[in-house]
Design a binder for this molecule. Structure first.
Ligand code: ACM
Length: 557
């Protein structure tokens, strides 16, 4: 790790030195030359210790160097961008500085010699950026818009931790060169079990951007309710939108297509891709309430759990749904679920149409029926020029590797990860332990999951990396990144959501972005504590691992 100066270290040094030299002449006289030299040496050592520091950025940048200069940012500082394609990023910075720091800055497409914030591109690796803060210029340079955006986020975080006085905000100098460890830095929110609405989703997107997360996996359909408007099948939301995990009669709640477009736009502005999940063939109970003609039945415990794999009409119906979904989400990726089908596919065994299908297609087991269903739906996605995403149950379905991304979630089945990699499938890593945020974060917490006594404290999230998994050397490139998932069985209100997500999302961000050599939990804790003020400003009810009594665990009510 590089050696750096923090602003505080700088101020401390200055105070220390002026105090030291003020006393120098008298001290020298009093203590003699030898002791004086020893003290001087001690002073230099102190300076070295004080000079070490990390920039106040989460996730920690991969290379950085501090200086002793200060840039004073005030309303007369223009934001300048050199290329037209950086206008949106410059505008984002302008809006954020006004919203958070009450600083109305001007925007120009030139580079004039004056104190300014300058955005530009130059050739370097994708997503990488350089941020240089000097006395008369703050410069962000990157290969592309995403890199410039990452640089802007780092600058905003430094500004959030800088001191404000009469002249403006005093920003300490840094030279940062940074790029992400992984391209897939995801967060999943389940809104079928409980619905949180546009404003909460936008707030989550804000924080994802603040921590440089870039994939929002939106779990919009499941057994309790269907939450996305489909024009061709209005009952999906009118009927399927009724209910939640705790109350099957809760009034219908869902996102209209206009709201979805608004959220996708908002995410795009923050360089976040939104990937909707339309879960099939299982977890389909809500859809089946609306259109029972496409139900493939279920089991005693999970009635009407599946779509019907033996009816051609089911494939047409679901393809029509996916056509509308595709038109709303420009990510060109749709997650089709595929998890836990065996919970409720018992009816398939005796269904005459499923039996016909099995004979015709030579499907010897219900798992083969499931695989047939998924491959057929994947073809619908491919015809829409989309990739298929699905859970790790689909590791051996035979999906084409170049158009598929699967998510390994069953931490108790490492063999499933091996199968994914053996089959050369691009994989996102999101094991329940430690990346399911519906798991409790302290032994004493009552509402939330544990697995054989294990749960997900922030330190475990922070320290997660792939070294504990069996990943052959030649297969490492198949790992796209990590994702944290929030299932919402116990997330009955926004307080519980905040409590489960914050601050573990910051730990996860550093785990997926920063190189192992730069990670240090003690150092992270110091930077994290300074974010709590920001959480308070935004009204978040967060868990404080350093002072758990500050915010008791919210109950499920
Ligand atoms: C899952 O947790 N059912 C993917």
């Amino acid at each position: 790790m590089n050696q750096k100066n923090t602003l505080n270290a700088d101020i401390n040094q200055k105070q220390f030195l002026s105090a030291f030299f003020f006393q120098q002449t008298t001290t020298q006289k009093k203590i003699g030359m030898k002791t004086f030299k020893l003290l001087l040496l001690f002073n230099l050592l102190c300076q070295l210790v004080l000079a070490q520091g990390t920039p106040p950025i989460i996730p920690v940048p991969n290379s950085f160097e501090g200086g002793s200069l200060i840039f004073v940012l005030n309303k007369n500082t223009p934001i300048q961008y050199l290329e037209e394609n950086l206008k949106d990023e410059a505008h984002f910075l302008q809006k954020e500085l006004l919203r958070k720091n009450k600083l109305p800055l001007s925007l120009t497409k030139t580079s004039r010699v004056q104190p300014s914030i300058l955005l530009s591109t130059s050739s370097m690796e994708n997503n990488a950026y350089e941020l240089t803060i000097g006395t008369d210029k703050i410069q962000i340079t990157a290969n592309d818009e995403k890199g410039v955006f990452h640089g802007i986020i780092s600058l905003l975080q430094i500004i959030d931790q800088s001191e404000m006085n009469g002249n403006g905000i005093s920003i300490p100098s840094w030279k940062i060169k940074d790029s992400p460890k992984y391209d897939w830095r995801g967060f999943m929110l389940d809104e079928s079990r409980y619905f949180f609405g546009v404003d909460k989703v936008k707030s989550i997107l804000d924080w994802m951007a603040y921590y440089k997360l870039n994939k929002f996996h939106w779990h919009l359909t499941d057994s309790p309710a269907w939450r996305i408007e489909i024009q061709k099948y209005p009952k999906l939301t009118l009927v399927g939108g009724i209910g939640n995990h705790g109350n099957p009669y809760a009034p219908s709640q869902f996102y209209t297509q206009e709201e979805i477009k608004e959220i996708v736009r908002y995410a795009h502005e923050r360089k976040i891709e939104v990937i909707p999940e339309i879960d099939m063939p299982g977890h389909a109970t809500a859809a089946n309430r609306a259109y029972p003609e496409f139900s493939g039945g279920g089991s005693e415990k999970y009635p009407e759990f599946t779509f019907h794999p033996g009816k051609d009409d089911s494939y047409q119906y679901l393809t029509d749904i996916l056509r509308e979904v595709n038109a709303l989400f420009p990510s060109q990726m749709i997650h089709l679920g595929g998890d836990e089908v065996s919970f409720g596919n018992q009816k398939w065994a005796s269904d005459p149409l499923v039996n016909e299908l099995r004979q015709r297609e030579n499907l010897s087991s219900l798992k083969e029926v499931e695989d047939y269903f998924m491959k057929r739906m994947a073809d619908s996605l491919f015809s829409l020029n989309n990739k298929i995403l699905a859970w790790d149950e689909m590791a051996e379905t035979g999906l084409p590797t170049e158009k598929s991304i699967l998510l390994w979630w069953r931490h108790d089945k490492p063999g499933q990860l091996s199968k994914l990699l053996d089959n050369n499938i691009q994989t996102v890593i999101c094991p329940r332990i430690p990346l399911y945020f519906d798991f409790v974060q302290e032994e004493t917490h009552r509402y939330g999951r544990k697995w054989g006594g294990n749960f997900n404290p922030i330190k475990k999230v922070y320290e997660f990396d792939i070294s504990g998994l069996h990943i052959p050397e030649g297969k490492k490139d198949l790992i796209l990144g990590f994702q944290a998932n929030l299932w919402t069985e116990t997330v009955t209100n926004a307080e519980r959501l905040d409590f489960l997500v914050f601050p573990r999302i910051a730990a996860m961000a550093e785990a997926v972005w920063s190189n192992k050599d730069n990670k240090n939990y003690v150092d992270f804790s110091l930077r994290l504590k300074n974010h709590f003020r920001l959480y308070r400003n935004e009204g978040l009810y967060f868990y404080d691992p350093f002072n758990p009594e500050a915010h008791p665990e919210p109950t499920v009510k």
